[in-house]
Design a protein around this ligand. Sequence first.
Ligand code: SF4
Ligand code: SF4
Length: 134
Amino acid sequence: MILYFSSTGNCKYAAAALEKADELLPGIIEDIVQRKRVRVKGEWPAPMLMMMKKAYKSASRTKSFTVNDKCVGCGRCAAQCPLGAITLTEGRPHWSKPSCALCLGCLHVCPENAIAYTKATVGHGQYYNPKTTR
Ligand code: SF4
Ligand code: SF4
């Protein structure tokens, strides 16, 4: 599932993705509950998937996160992280685990938009699921 960055917080691509997720999630949850092994249909051949796996492993290194001076030390990023990969030290977030799930929840939940993931996200907007609370 791909969610797109949006400077407004919501966009038509994200809305379409969320709608699709609502359709697919019950089936996915059932597969997980049943511990069913499913083959995900895709256009990519196995070697390509191996390459993607390697790329993901490399991309998920937390050293790619930075925080700028707009940070007000609210701790939302740390509270948001599902892996507890962020600790707040002297009012600043530090990525205390070497890698993470790369969900980008920390980046999108920051009220000051102070977090960047590589230079690629500098100047980008933030996105959050309007159906969740934050
Ligand atoms: S959510 Fe943003 S402002 Fe709050 S501590 Fe994290 S980086 Fe700083
Ligand atoms: S990207 Fe997700 S898993 Fe990684 S540090 Fe941020 S909130 Fe945690």
